[in-house]
Design a protein around this ligand. Structure first.
Ligand SMILES: *Cc1c(COP(=O)(O)O)cnc(C)c1O
Length: 452
């Protein structure tokens, strides 16, 4: 029998997260206060985040202890299995070996609980009993609802109105875990009331939902805000994924030549790749890390490396990152989690410095890759995840072309059981490639001049 599943014993769950800020050849540029444009300090973030997370945000310590309480919850689904995709390899006829890390086994179905649990824990420890957040497709809202439920905290989720109606089962799942879910815009916040006054039938947007969640948390001492991607502490928590992979590869005497993840705000890609980049930077390992994004939202491949706001309203600090401009409105593709205008500042700086690569693919090829995967390995991937699969398949086919027996690892960031409408559309031939026009990108980026 072939060894398909590489299981790490529970006792070997990593005890520390890896902080890549300790090893970057060029440090990141600091975030700037949105008003003064001066470097933002801990005091600027304190109304929204607990001190422990603010410290992690700026820390240069290489290894940061994972608290026992967090490890205890991680162990419900971690270490997650690493699989060898024999069936996929065979279908492609590639000499390459393809491995995938299965993050879809968490209760919420994605990698996002790795940070949600840590964020809930640190807030609770500092006396905060209530978290607010926004959610688009619902993956992050579910993960935070799950985490708050473990720590007996309240969770309020502002869900973009159009998704609230289109994805009712994600909302149900959040409510099962005890969260209060509101269709944004609401009349609970000034930003929401303003939006409703302007247009009572507003469908909402992620930017507006962020504004509502931030406003809600900023005004109350017992309430904080939580973000599911982009920020440094989120990337840090996700490194548990890659650290496990390194141990799993040791068990089978393997090491990847390629590490691939899809890129929205960058957290699952950072999670799987940063521990390997540690080996690349410090031990000269020739591993290539590739972030895969949609052609419809090509942040790393076509964006500019510059300061921009994290949200549409301009409430957040200015972050130095690859961005398409905070006013960029990506087309409505099915991989909702990859429609963010910016990119993690850590991932961005590493891309700027040539330590990682990026590729972009259209929706049609991505869904075709998802079906190939579902029909060979059996797992239905989230549409976001399908971008990583498309990337892995392309690399495997390049290996076939070159006759190279390379080892490929990709992150299976989540399952697609709540995305069947998208699969229905694909099977009905209704999914088309949408590429964002270059002149629109140029216009959006040019508009950033004025904020500097
Ligand atoms: C949210 C999400 C993503 C995109 O977010 P990142 O921060 O880039 O990882 C990718 N895959 C799944 C399954 C998600 O839920």
């Amino acid at each position: 029998m072939k060894e398909r599943k590489i299981i790490l014993p529970e006792k070997d769950l990593p005890r520390k997260w890896y902080n890549i800020q300790a090893d970057m050849p060029n440090p990141m540029q600091p975030p700037l206060h949105p008003g003064t444009k001066q470097p933002a300090g801990p005091d600027d973030l304190a109304p929204l985040f607990p001190m422990a997370l603010i410290e992690q945000e700026v820390s240069r310590e290489r290894w940061i202890d994972i608290p026992e309480e967090v490890l205890d919850i991680y162990s419900l689904w971690r270490p997650s299995p690493l699989y060898r995709a024999y069936n996929l390899e065979k279908a492609l006829g590639t000499p390459a070996k393809i491995y995938y890390k299965q993050e879809g086994v968490s209760p919420a179905g994605s990698h996002k609980p790795n940070t949600a649990v840590a964020q809930a824990y640190y807030n609770k420890k500092e006396g905060v009993n209530k978290l607010t957040t926004e959610t688009g497709a619902g993956q992050w809202g579910c993960s935070l609802a799950l985490a708050c439920n473990y720590f007996d905290m309240e969770c309020r989720v502002y869900m973009v109105k159009v998704s609230y109606h289109q994805k009712p089962y994600r909302r149900s799942l959040m409510e099962v875990w005890g969260a209060d879910v509101y269709a944004s815009p609401t009349d609970l916040t000034q930003s929401g009331r303003d939006a409703l006054a302007e247009n009572p039938d507003s469908n909402g947007s992620l930017g507006l939902a962020i504004s509502e969640a931030v406003e809600d948390a900023a005004g109350k001492s017992d309430t904080n805000y939580a973000l599911g991607s982009v920020l440094n502490h989120v990337m840090l928590h996700q490194t548990v994924i890659g650290l496990e992979c390194i141990e799993q590869f040791k068990l089978i005497n393997e090491y990847p030549d390629y590490v691939i993840g899809c890129c929205g705000g960058g957290s699952n890609f950072a999670g799987i790749s940063f521990p390997f980049l540690h080996d690349k930077i410090r031990k000269d390992k020739p591993v290539r890390a590739i972030g895969v994004e949609p052609l419809a939202c090509p942040t790393l491949t076509k964006g500019a490396f510059t300061y921009d706001f994290g949200d549409v309203a301009g409430f957040t600090p200015l972050l130095m990152m690859y961005t398409l401009g905070h006013n960029f409105m990506p087309p409505g593709i099915h991989a909702g989690g990859l429609r963010y205008h910016g990119e993690s500042p850590l991932v961005s700086q590493l891309h700027k410095d040539g330590l990682i690569e990026a590729r972009a693919y259209g929706q049609e090829g991505v869904f075709e890759a998802a079906l190939t995967f579902a029909r060979t390995e059996g797992i239905l991937p989230a549409p976001e995840t399908a971008h990583a699969i498309k990337g892995a398949i392309e690399v495997a086919l390049e290996c076939k072309e070159a006759g190279e027996e390379k080892t490929i690892l990709f992150n299976l960031s989540g399952h697609g059981h709540f995305d069947l409408t998208a699969y229905d559309d694909y099977l009905a031939g209704k999914i088309r490639d949408v590429e964002y026009p270059q002149d629109e990108i140029d216009k959006s980026i040019a508009s950033l001049e004025s904020i500097r």
